[in-house]
Design a protein around this ligand. Structure first.
Ligand code: NDP
Ligand code: FE
Length: 469
């Protein structure tokens, strides 16, 4: 492809969803083009059909023969369509926009079919929906012909799309992977949460319906028991999100270095903390909704002084269900602590949104993720303790330990305890020094020392993002 073609003739092959969205953009920016269709006379249908009505539509042979750039807005399995005009395609730029998981890569197929063409991969990361937006999505262009790549980069810029040179054609596979991947990084967190959920569902159900002195009736499963389960899973996820950071801080303290070799499982655990935190947020929201529905003397008798077990006043008469019954300070405090924990969790969740986290500096990010995370964990444990304390105080230790609320607090308690220890001024300063690259125990320079500890050689001015206390 000759690079001097600053106004190349453009053909969008196909009149489907993607073709129409791209065509709409060409029209909006006044860039001439035409469509190539198997049936140019057919009445267009579907979204943006007016783009077809207002544009030139040629038959496939004519459209391709008369163009310099052919954008293949058709499915990969239909690339054989181009064979009709094969003899006229030499030196033209063929643009593969396809994303089809599992099949042969489109650009590879085109390269085999048309070795004399400049094959490129572009636009595949831009959905037709995104193309309709004013701002437009970022477009990546790759291809072995540098001049062809430049032509496409210019063309994308002409229709208002930021474009990135993605190098050789072989990189096209990565571009497709980017589009075809399904929630990358969520596999392990989902599995972990499923295991935690299975444990709490079985345990809470056994406890509620079998092991309690006064077993619940099965009607209490959908909301009352479910709410306990959801709360327990949320607390466990929250504990699991913050526990490994504390563990690592202690290991760093013990080793006197920020670079410590961790078992693979801890590394993986550190890598899924954000997802665990988001699961905690979702489940805590569900817990709040269910709790709000349930709040009444019948479900939370210890929050209402006038009612005994939600059935009778202290003087023995049943309460008027419509009468004004106010909570004790315990009930109100439980709600306050839960609401504050929820607000902290929501703020942490908001800070993980890409647009927000990008705008935060390292110290701000750390403040939200680490300190607010600790506050959230502390408020959560206080909320559950306040909720359980009136019941626990009237029970023996052996009756308290197997309760769902007590057991669900074990990991959060441990984490809060470790964090409180790490917040003591001497340890806090020491961790900060270690993370800024200072050594205590193994201060000599060099590479790996005894115990497999890596020695730092940089000045380590920046804290280690992956390990937050
Ligand atoms: N939709 C999207 O958001 C995106 C799509 N893509 C890629 O763009 C390509 C087109 O996708 P999309 O527009 O959604 O698909 P559509 O099914 O909406 O359109 C495909 C078009 O292919 C043409 N075509 C050519 N030969 C045949 C044939 N034998 N049978 C049926 N149709 C044929 C048709 O046009 P005609 O009848 O005029 O010949 C048809 O309109 C795909 O490779 C897809 O992976 C990439 C990124 C995003
Ligand atoms: Fe609660």
């Amino acid at each position: 492809m000759a690079e001097d073609s600053s106004h190349p003739r453009i053909c969008i092959l196909g009149t489907g969803e993607f073709a129409r969205a791209l065509g709409a953009r060409f029209r909006r920016y006044g860039v001439p083009f035409w469509f190539g269709s198997r049936d140019p006379a057919r009445r267009p249908t579907g979204l943006l059909k007016e783009v077809i009505e207002k544009s030139t539509v040629k038959n496939v042979e004519e459209a391709c023969t008369e163009s310099d750039i052919i954008i293949l807005a058709i499915h990969r399995r239909h690339y054989g369509l181009l064979e009709r005009c094969e003899t006229h395609l030499d030196d033209k730029i063929l643009v593969d926009v396809s994303n089809e998981p599992g099949s042969e890569l489109g650009f590879e197929r085109l390269a085999t079919m048309f070795p004399k063409c400049a094959i490129t991969k572009a636009f595949n990361t831009a959905s037709s929906r995104a193309m309709a937006l004013d701002e437009g999505p970022c477009v990546y262009v790759c291809g072995n012909d540098e001049a062809a790549r430049r032509v496409l980069l210019r063309m994308a810029a002409r229709i208002g799309l930021p474009a990135v040179d993605y190098g050789r054609l072989g990189n096209g596979g990565a571009l497709e992977e980017q589009v075809n991947r399904l929630f990358p990084g969520w596999g392990w967190p989902c599995l972990v949460v499923m295991v935690i959920s299975a444990f709490w569902i079985v345990f809470a159900a056994c406890r509620a319906f079998k092991l309690r002195k006064n077993p619940y009736s099965p009607e209490r499963l959908p909301t009352n028991v479910a709410n306990k389960i959801v709360g327990a899973i949320a607390a466990t996820c929250l504990g699991m999100a913050y526990f490994p950071g504390c563990l690592v801080a202690f290991v760093q303290l013990a080793r006197g270095s920020k670079n410590v070799d961790l078992p693979k499982i801890i590394d993986q655990w550190l890598g899924i903390r954000q997802q665990l935190g988001l699961f905690a947020l979702i489940l805590a929201t569900l817990h709040v909704i269910l709790s709000l529905v349930l709040i009444s003397p019948a479900y939370f008798p210890h929050w209402y002084p006038e009612a005994i077990d939600g059935k009778r006043f202290a003087n023995g008469t049943p309460p008027d269900p419509l009468g004004p019954i106010r909570m004790t300070w315990i009930g109100e405090t439980v709600i306050l602590l839960g609401a504050l924990a929820m607000v902290a969790l929501v703020l942490i969740g908001i800070a993980t949104l890409p647009a927000i986290s990008r705008s935060l500096g390292w110290r701000e990010w750390r403040c939200v993720q680490s300190h607010m995370g600790f506050a959230c964990l502390l408020l959560t444990t206080c909320h559950v303790v306040m909720r359980g304390a009136p019941v626990w105080l009237n029970k023996s230790v052996k009756d308290v330990i197997p309760t769902v609320s007590f057991l669900s607090l074990l990991l959060p308690w441990l984490t809060v305890g470790m964090r409180l220890v790490l917040y003591t001024p001497c340890l806090y300063r020491r961790v900060a020094r270690i993370r800024s690259g200072e050594f205590s125990k193994y201060a000599d320079s060099g590479s790996a020392g005894k115990d497999g500890i890596k020695k730092e050689t940089d000045d380590g001015a920046v804290g280690d993002l992956s390990i937050v206390v």
